[in-house]
Design a protein around this ligand. Sequence first.
Ligand code: F6P
Length: 370
Amino acid sequence: KKKIAVMTSGGDSPGMNAVVRAVVRMAIHMGCDAYCVYEGYEGLVQGGDLIKRMQWNDVRGWLSEGGTLIGTARCMAFYERPGRLVAAKNMILHGIDALIICGGDGSLTGADKFRAEWPSLLEELVANGQLTKEQIGPYQHLNIVGLVGSIDNDLSGTDATIGCYSALARICEMVDYIEATASSHSRAFVIEVMGRHCGWLALMAGVATGADFVFIPERPRDRDWKADMSTVVRRHRELGKRKTIVIVAEGARDKDGTKITPEEIKDLLADKSEGGLALDTRITTLGHVQRGGTAVSYDRTLGTLQGVEAVRAVLEATPETETCFIAINENKIVRKPLMKAVAETKELSKAVDAKDFEKAMGLRDTEFAD
Ligand code: F6P
């Protein structure tokens, strides 16, 4: 009987519980034993009670829960070979044949490294007497499948990562709240949203709420961004707007690589010197409300369908199969090579110039404010 384990790793994202529920139930449905590794890679390294056998009923009601109920961590020990060695030993002692990991690109890259190293880890475990040849016998190949759980929608090769639409919905809801008070006082708000390397949330929230100006990491602003923003905001005010909304991703920067902070945007909007906008301005940092809370229906469905597919992928894998992750492309759930997507992501996160950006978006970012 195959033993399939599932774990969540890196930052939590809404929909991870749907993934765990689907993997556990699909594994049982396919006649396998299902396990959860608690606390991400930390659970693999520590083993013991952190690797738990799961029954059908153990995941009842998980679809409507936020965060990840099996815990997650950014585990330092797993980044070093000794940590991965203990992890390999723990997996074999628990009889785990296959591992399904839901996390961001860092977590999934770690998984691929673990798989590549697996034969040498087994050799070392036997050489140093921690396991016998008989014990490692059935575990010659590590079978790993990735699922992309991240609010940032930051992996190339999939249209949506599990959690991104929940975070986007939360941001839009919060911006709507802020707009009501902004309009009442005719104020400006600078709203900081998550996205250290990827501006998808900021950009989509900007489009969905008709924000005046958006700052994202992928499109570093010219040094004279201050003049650009002032011109746009002034024009919108002249058109009769009573509110000004500027959305800034955490990772926004200028062409020199200097971070563009909410404070300097605020100072510009509030500038009372001659020719300044002189707007009464506040900053709102949305923070972790974007990540916590329940998943929207899209993320529940995506997590469920991809969880089911991940179990299928594990059961159909051969030693020759490349490490894959489960993607969604044009509404179809598909398997794709993991490391290719990671490499493409690195390439795509490089800055794009203004013209390419506008072409890709099909709009000019300055002309759609509400
Ligand atoms: O998981 C990605 C992310 O949501 C980023 O957008 C954000 O910068 C980061 O996590 C925050 O991480 P932490 O919760 O560890 O502060």
